[in-house]
Design a protein around this ligand. Structure first.
Ligand code: AMP
Length: 282
C-alpha cells in the first residue's frame, strides 16, 4: 500500500473520518522528517497496533531558536514518504507553515516547571513551540494512540503532562531509543557530524553505560556520577558538554541523590552539532 502525502487539515480530517467509519483505529507519529530507523520503529508500532497509521512531517519553525538550525534542517519529503510507506503508514501529513500558522494565529501552549531545566534552559522557547505544535497536531489528527520516542525524554514527559492537563483524548505511548551499532542514538542531526565527530559521538552512549555501571555498583550521589562522566567526555576531541543532569523522572527537578527513578539526560556539542541522549537510573 502506498503512503499518500496530504497537505491540509481538511484532508486529514476527511481521511481520519473515512478510516473511523471503516472501523479502524488511528495511530499517529509526529516527526520533523529526515526520517531514520528510530522514526520507522514508531511508525511500525503505530501500524501494528492500530489499523491506520499516520505520520506527520513538519519542521516546526516555532520550536527553533533564532540561532538554531531551522534553515538547514534536512528536508527530504519523498525519501521520508518511502520510509513511512515501508513502515506501514497510510498517510503522511506534510503541512506548510501557513497551513499550521495562518495569518492571525495567536494562541500558544506553555508548560510550567517541566520545561525549565535541561533542553529548556539551553533552548528558551523550545518547549512552548513543541507544546503548541503537538497540541495542534493531536487536535487535527485526533488519534487513538500517539507515539513518541524516549530519545527526547524531556519532550516525552512534557507531552504526557500536557495531554493529561488539557484532557486531550487518546493514549500517549513512549517507545525506546533506537541506536546505531556503536550505541549512538539515531537522530536526524547525526548527518551534520564530520567523520571524526561521528566516531567520537559514541562517547555519549558509553557515558550512559558508565553511569549505569556506577549505579549498579552502589553509587547514589549525582555529583560523583557526573564527575566521572565529565572526565570521560572531556577526553574526547571536539566534545563540549552543554548539560548533564540527573533529575527526578516525573518532576524533572535535579536530584542530589538517586533514591527514586531518575533520568540522566545529557546534551553535548560536537563542533556546532548538539546531540542529546538519556537513560534511567533507579
Ligand atoms: P523528530 O523528528 O526528531 O522530532 O522526532 C520525531 C519523533 O521520533 C519524536 O517522538 C522522537 O522522540 C522520536 N525519535 C527520534 N529519534 C529517535 C530514536 N533514535 N529512537 C526512537 N525514537 C526516536
Amino acid at each position: 500500500m502506498t503512503a499518500t502525502i496530504i497537505r491540509t487539515v481538511a484532508e486529514v480530517r476527511k481521511a481520519v473520518g473515512d478510516a473511523r467509519r471503516a472501523g479502524l483505529r488511528i495511530g499517529f507519529v509526529p516527526t520533523m522528517g529526515a526520517l531514520h530507523e528510530g522514526h520507522a520503529s514508531l511508525i511500525r508500532e503505530a501500524a501494528a497496533e492500530t489499523g491506520f497509521a499516520i505520520a506527520s512531517v513538519f519542521v516546526n519553525p516555532t520550536q527553533f531558536g533564532p540561532n538554531e538550525d531551522f534553515a538547514k534542517y534536512p528536508r527530504q519529503l519523498e525519501a521520508d514518504r518511502l520510509i513511512c510507506e515501508s513502515a506501514g503508514a497510510k498517510l503522511v501529513f506534510a503541512p506548510s507553515p501557513e497551513e499550521m500558522y495562518p495569518k492571525g494565529f495567536a494562541t500558544h501552549v506553555d508548560i510550567a516547571g517541566l520545561g525549565d531545566h535541561l533542553c529548556g534552559r539551553s533552548r528558551p522557547g523550545h518547549f512552548r513551540g513543541v507544546c503548541t505544535v503537538v497540541t495542534k497536531l493531536l487536535n487535527i489528527v485526533a488519534p487513538d494512540i500517539s507515539y513518541f520516542g524516549q530519545k527526547d525524554a524531556q519532550q516525552a514527559r512534557i507531552i504526557q503532562q500536557f495531554v493529561e492537563d488539557l484532557n486531550i483524548p487518546g493514549e500517549v505511548k513512549i517507545l525506546p531509543t533506537h541506536r546505531e551499532a556503536d550505541g549512538l542514538a539515531m537522530s536526524s542531526r547525526n548527518r551534520y557530524l564530520s567523520e571524526s565527530q561521528r566516531r567520537n559521538a559514541k562517547v555519549l552512549s558509553h557515558a550512559l553505560r558508565l553511569a549505569d555501571e556506577l549505579y549498579q555498583n552502589g553509587e547514589r550521589t549525582s555529583k560523583a556520577i557526573r564527575n566521572q562522566l565529565e572526565e570521560m567526555i572531556s577526553k574526547i576531541p571536539e566534545a563540549r558538554i552543554d548539560y548533564m543532569e540527573m533529575v527526578d523522572a516525573k518532576t524533572l527537578q535535579p536530584v542530589e541523590r538517586i533514591d527514586n527513578r531518575t533520568l540522566l539526560a545529557l546534551a553535548v556539542y560536537f563542533g556546532t552539532t548538539r546531540l542529546i541522549d538519556n537513560t534511567f537510573l533507579g
